[in-house]
Unconditional design. Sequence first.
Length: 64
Amino acid sequence: MRTTTYEALATPVTPNYTEALRFARNVALFAAAPFIGLAYAVLFPFVGMAALGWMAVRALRERA
């Protein structure tokens, strides 16, 4: 049986909240991406110095 245009229009449309939530999450991540990148760029030297310090402490412990 073929569905006519009128029958297709008469069927109720249920809202798809999962698609709307996925779209909203993607928009939020797109808006937050520059700030996340800036945080990485700002914190990178501190993380590097901490890793360098940790390796230095570990090397001193093995030496002693």
